[in-house]
Design a protein around this ligand. Structure first.
Ligand SMILES: Nc1ncnc2c1ncn2[C@@H]1O[C@H](COP(=O)(O)OP(=O)(O)O)[C@@H](O)[C@H]1O
Ligand SMILES: [Mg+2]
Length: 254
């Protein structure tokens, strides 16, 4: 077992180009065990590229990455056993009911009591009412919650959520946020990518902004907000929002 003081994810000098297009140009960050880390960046910034390298689906050109103590290049099988990846496009089987989807994945993972595993997860993600319905009838938020529940089968210590709420309406987003908080509450390490500043603000213990191939800031929400002096209007102090900080920092790096 890796030492618990060691971060769940350690990334150093990660570089990746697609032909002539440099996407990652030296990315460094750590994610502490049991924390939620948001990788924030505009569309095309390279967030999915980072996640795919960490999930061993893609090879970096340079740099190193460790997940759960394992080098993604040298010990990819160990990394794959340590992680689950859920993305914008939920891997739910439409023909099956919610419960059947969970049982199927539990079977594929050779777990001893697939029915119990499914029922536990249905309860944890408040999916009991929808359990017997075909996934084809689910709303976007329900489907994403089922996808999250499926990704937790086998208790992976590290979960990658690539834009978990993109395309969802505000209510469904709030439901997924609750589910993500519930994940981290159980000690799972969550690396989340998002284009939404409010999502990072809601969920993350630490936030890193990926811009032009590098992490240009990395800190807690409070630390990020300190990067801007608070604006003062007469006697009322206005704290900058993460959005103010994001745009100010991104402008500096142009
Ligand atoms: N397999 C690929 N081949 C060529 N270009 C790619 C490939 N994957 C991603 N890209 C490009 O790399 C850049 C970063 O993509 P991506 O990591 O998906 O960004 P994000 O997830 O932040 O939106 C984009 O310009 C995208 O078009
Ligand atoms: Mg992406």
């Amino acid at each position: 077992m890796p030492a618990t003081s060691e971060p769940a994810i350690r990334v150093r000098g990660l570089e990746k180009s697609f032909k002539a297009l440099p996407v990652l140009r030296g990315v460094d960050f750590d994610v502490a065990r049991g924390s939620i880390f948001a990788l924030l960046g505009s569309n095309g910034a390279g967030k999915t590229t980072v996640v795919r390298i960490l999930a061993t689906l893609l090879k970096a050109d340079a740099g190193t990455a460790h997940v759960n103590g394992f080098d993604v290049a040298a010990h990819s099988a160990d990394v794959r056993e340590s992680v689950s990846l859920t993305g914008q496009f939920a891997a739910v089987d439409e023909i099956l009911t919610g419960r059947e989807n969970l049982v199927l994945v539990a079977r594929l993972r050779h777990l001893r009591n697939p029915g119990r595993v499914a029922d536990d997860l249905l309860a944890r993600f408040s999916l009991e009412d929808a359990a017997a319905r075909r996934a084809a009838t689910y709303s976007g938020g329900l489907r994403r919650r089922l996808d999250l529940a499926m990704s937790l089968i086998g208790n992976p210590p590290v979960v990658f959520l690539d834009e978990p709420t993109t395309g969802l309406d505000p209510r469904a987003r709030a439901e997924v946020w609750l589910a993500v908080k519930e994940l981290a509450g159980h000690g799972t390490t969550v690396l989340l990518t998002t284009q939404y500043l409010d999502e990072a603000e809601q969920l993350a213990d630490r936030i890193a902004i990926l811009h032009q191939g590098r992490i240009i800031v990395n800190g807690t929400l409070a630390e990020l907000k300190q990067l801007l002096p608070p604006a003062r209007v007469e006697y009322v102090e206005k704290q900058p929002t993460l959005e103010d900080v994001f745009f100010a920092i991104v402008k500096e790096h142009r």
